[in-house]
Design a protein around this ligand. Structure first.
Ligand SMILES: C[S@@+](CC[C@H](N)C(=O)[O-])C[C@H]1O[C@@H](n2cnc3c(N)ncnc32)[C@H](O)[C@@H]1O
Length: 222
């Protein structure tokens, strides 16, 4: 099997059960026009995030890594009218593009895009006494995935889901000799998960338009 086949399957799934609507297409177009990298989740992955958020009745979602707001829109659409999604983004220009796309999708009331390096923003959230989240999606700088996971674990409700993207990294997750820091961070995440009694977790490898990668899903028992 080759990349062309993986992409064809993603297209088929996108055209049948996980279609982009006008707002999602516009979000991708605006991001491309503004020169943002095309590293958002694929439509089938966006739909998966949406279904996960809905399946646990999420009212409060935290996202690490907004980019142009594509995954943010999928996730925010799972929220009830009194829900809230907080998305953390380091780059001002990206946050601006995202806010415009999120407003155009009619989700501006539900979503806050908070600008700044996420680790710093987490400190501010502590000071604000932030309420627990129901779902966390970790998709920012990959070296910090274990840090974001550890913080999230202390700021979610029992029964919450923590999802981390890009953990397989073309298979380097399993290569102890790889000196890629992002892959090393994903190995560290897995050791953390294995030692953490509060979570049950697994990682699913994926192929598709985004190559060979995968998600980690962690259910927080409380
Ligand atoms: C893979 S992209 C996010 C894609 C987005 N979740 C989606 O699927 O539509 C990663 C994003 O994380 C942001 N980022 C990188 N380092 C960050 C940090 N330290 N704090 C917050 N955001 C960061 C990048 O600027 C980029 O927009």
């Amino acid at each position: 099997m080759d990349k062309e086949t993986f992409e064809a399957v993603d297209r088929f799934v996108g055209e049948t059960v996980a279609p982009d609507d006008e707002a999602l297409l516009a979000a991708v177009e605006s991001a491309t026009a503004a020169g943002l990298p095309e590293i958002q989740v694929s439509p089938p992955q966006g739909k998966l995030l949406h279904l996960l958020a809905r399946s646990i009745g999420s009212k409060r979602i935290l996202e690490f890594g907004t980019l142009g707001g594509y995954s943010t829109i999928w996730l925010a659409r799972a929220l009830p009218p009194d829900g809230k999604l907080l998305s953390l983004e380091a780059k001002d220009a990206y946050a601006e593009v995202a806010r415009t796309s999120i407003d155009r999708a009619g989700l501006g009331e539900l979503v806050e895009v908070r600008l700044g390096p996420a680790l710093e923003t987490l400190g501010a959230l502590e000071d604000e006494g932030v309420e627990p989240f129901d779902l966390v999606f970790i998709d920012a700088d990959k070296v910090n995935t274990p840090n974001y996971f550890t913080w999230s674990l202390d700021h979610v409700r029992p029964g919450a889901l923590i999802v981390a993207d890009n953990v397989v990294r073309g298979g380097t997750l399993a290569d102890e000799h790889s000196n890629d820091l992002s892959a090393e961070a994903q190995r560290q995440l897995h050791h953390l998960l294995a030692d953490e009694s509060r979570v049950e977790a697994t990682t699913i490898q994926t192929v598709g338009s985004k190559g060979h990668d995968g998600f980690t899903l962690a259910l927080v028992d409380g």
